[in-house]
Design a protein around this ligand. Structure first.
Ligand code: ZN
Length: 694
């Protein structure tokens, strides 16, 4: 979808990978004997056994905090990275499985919500029926593509396929108007690639070339699975690669897309029609359904300009191959085993280094959550989330907001004028905790017990149309972009809100039984991280109302750029894997948020402790001072192992740094860390050129 939010970590668009980041510097232990992640225990919050006390905290704090955990927790065969985040996500998945298995039993006492999720899960788990049907359920769509005879029909078919979330050339949806963020408008955005990023198509290094060869071979095999001859399949795959390479060359780089001004191109639909006359946009929009509109945000115009010439110069037969590929690719995970396995072999195994496909139940839980998340979220919340947790969270959010307010007032580099504006923005931030006040209504989505592809398409169509129907309407600020069981959190510039799904509000992030230091190092830093997103390289360009408006003095903005430049250079020096470095510009927002989150998390903890000087919160516990427990708690959130393939992939597409560097970067910049562990200037965990933005 066209919306943009800053997540705590990211699910990359490669199969249905859940994810955060990792820190592998070459030596990620991979499981000797493949074990699946069944019966995962709920992770502990603060874990002395995870530490490697033989390491020097001032030399490698990540090893000190996580060394034993990393040694004892090799990557399970069905994962490409394994950290405490993943552990919690797997634990949640087991809870969801219990809910879904109960709901899948066909009986008269089910509520309509349980019928939807139960029957969807049932249709997904019914492997025999899915396998018997093979690619049969796609036949109607493939015939439709084969019957295209002219460019008008091509346009109509692209519109038809996009309703099924097929990634055909570009994405059409609603989005908040960047200059009037309370209203939804139409938006189109570059897209249409099968590989995870444009860079895969244009880079000339041997690894990129190898990946392209493997990709073409994969596309070829998928065509063969559809029944095409080897020879035909090869030709079709070559056409796909040719079109996608042209789209990739026309696409704006990921880092440039971070700059809001590159996403701000509102124009009349008539101007769009003039920009790309060879693609019949008026026809496309009317075929797409949804409300009529006069303005559309085009991201970026150059992409559509170049697509226009590709449309004109590419034979219809090639477009048909391209659409045929994307049609099967979009549904590969819900077709029969040969498609599922081939899809996994390329995206899961080759690109991510995952040894084994996840067991079917896990994939089916994920699919139900993706498609019917706010239906599945209802029994999940009832079963797991209490009001007590919500109240304690609200208290913590308030204390973090206070700490950020004080931090802003104390900044030496910012003028009073800009501080005042920042304060206005901070005060306007809305907090959403746990789950939505009003649940999404899926009653119009027909879900039957034995039609996995049909169910998936109807649920997808519902979501695509729901987004498009918003065009011209006020923004609904009560909506959530993540389902309640999700182990993640996000900030959204357009709505200026922070969101914490119920799924993350448990150990290791948040533990009622732990001392404040540990909770502030965990969920406290997460809250601080999301708040800081309102003031990172992207968020700082939006005002309190979510509009793209400059509220900075020129001099303060210059100082901000200098300071974020320091962070970008610092993280660019970190090695992800082999000779691949992190991209400090791609990860700038997240790194800024981590650094700010740690700083204000610690400040909030100090306020909390000052308010109750005699409590146990001010004592040494298990041999560590409150400050030390705060930093250890933070670092242990990020204990993880990752395959080298996954590290390589994420260095290109993930705006988050791997766990190792989320710890090292944020702590080596922080003088309070050095004080807490008595580290001295010149030691590795004390940066000679400490960066600070917030
Ligand atoms: Zn983030």
């Amino acid at each position: 979808m066209i919306r943009r939010a800053s997540f705590l970590f990211l699910a990359v668009v490669v199969i249905s990978a859940f994810a955060q980041n990792s820190g592998s510097q070459g030596s990620s232990p991979v499981s000797q004997k493949p074990t699946s992640t069944k019966d995962v225990e709920r992770p502990k919050s603060f874990d002395l056994d995870a530490m490697d006390k033989s390491a020097d905290p001032c030399v490698d704090f990540y090893q000190y905090a996580c060394g034993t955990w990393r040694k004892n927790n090799p990557i399970p065969a069905d994962q490409s990275r394994w950290g405490r985040f993943n552990q919690l996500a797997e634990y949640n998945k087991q809870v969801l499985r219990g809910i879904l298995e109960k709901a899948a039993a066909d009986n008269a006492s089910r509520t309509p919500v349980l019928q939807k999720i139960g029957d969807y899960y049932h249709s997904c788990m019914n492997e025999q029926v899915v396998n018997e049907r093979g690619s049969g359920p796609l036949k109607g769509d493939l015939d439709r593509i084969a019957a295209i005879e002219n460019r008008g029909q091509l346009t109509d078919t692209i519109s038809y396929l996009q309703k099924k979330d097929v990634n055909a050339i570009f994405v059409f949806s609603s989005q908040p108007d960047m200059h009037n963020a309370s209203v939804e408008m139409a938006g189109i955005r570059q897209g249409g690639l099968g590989l995870p990023d444009r860079d895969y198509y244009v880079k000339e290094d041997p690894k990129s070339q190898e990946t392209r060869e493997k990709y073409v071979a994969h596309v070829t095999r998928m065509f063969v699975l559809l029944g095409d001859s080897e020879e035909t399949a090869k030709k079709e795959a070559a056409s796909v690669m040719d079109i996608e390479t042209k789209l990739a060359k026309a696409s704006l780089e990921r880092v440039k897309m971070r700059d809001p001004k590159n996403r701000d191109h509102k124009m009349k639909t008539s101007e769009l029609a003039a920009l790309a006359p060879d693609f019949d946009f008026p026809r496309f929009f009317s075929a797409s359904g949804g409300p009529a509109f006069a303005d559309v945000n085009v991201v970026p115009p150059e992409f559509f300009q170049q697509v226009n010439s590709v449309i004109g110069s590419t034979p219809l037969a090639d477009w048909k191959s391209y659409l045929r590929w994307h049609r099967v690719h979009a549904s590969a995970a819900v077709l029969s085993d040969p498609f599922v396995n081939e899809n996994f072999a390329f995206f899961g195994h080759y690109l991510s280094g995952q040894q084994e496909l996840q067991p079917r139940w896990k994939r089916c839980v994920d699919l139900t959550d993706d498609l019917l998340g706010e239906a599945l979220g209802q029994p999940y919340v009832t079963e797991t989330f209490g009001t007590e947790g919500k109240n304690r969270m609200l208290e913590m959010v308030n204390s973090l907001e206070k700490a950020l307010g004080a931090d802003i007032q104390d900044l030496s580099w910012m003028s009073p004028d800009t501080k005042k504006q920042a304060e206005v923005k901070l005060k306007a931030i809305t907090n959403k905790i746990g789950y939505p006040d009003k649940w999404r209504d899926y009653s119009s989505v027909e879900i039957t017990r034995d039609d996995l592809l049909g169910n998936t398409e109807r649920a997808t169509d519902f979501e695509v149309q729901r987004q498009r129907n918003k065009i011209g309407k006020p923004v609904d600020k009560s909506e959530w972009e993540m389902s309640p069981p999700t182990v993640n959190a996000y900030y959204q510039s357009a709505q200026n809100d922070i969101n914490f799904p119920a799924g993350i509000l448990q150990p290791p992030f948040f533990d009622q039984r732990q001392d404040d230091a540990v909770n502030f190092g965990g969920i406290g830093v997460v809250i601080g991280h999301e708040l800081t997103h309102g003031f990172d390289d992207q968020g700082s360009k939006f005002d309190a109302d979510g509009n793209l408006r400059n509220w900075w003095t020129d001099k303060d903005r210059e100082e901000f750029d200098k300071r974020t430049g320091c962070v970008a250079d610092e993280y660019s020096s970190f090695v992800a894997v082999d000779d691949v470095h992190l991209n400090g510009r791609l990860t700038l927002g997240e790194n800024t948020a981590d650094n700010g989150g740690v700083r204000i998390g610690l400040a909030a903890l100090a306020n909390q402790r000052a308010a109750k000087p005699d409590s146990k919160e001010n004592q040494v516990i298990e041999g560590f001072t409150p400050e030390q427990r705060f930093f250890l708690g933070y670092a242990q959130i990020w204990c993880e192992n990752q395959t080298p393939e996954s590290a390589r992939l994420r260095a290109t597409v993930d705006p988050h740094s791997p766990g190792r560097y989320r710890v090292r970067g944020a702590l080596q910049n922080n003088p309070d860390f050095a004080r807490a562990f008595k580290c001295k200037a010149g030691q590795p965990m004390v940066s000679a050129n400490a960066c600070r933005v917030w």
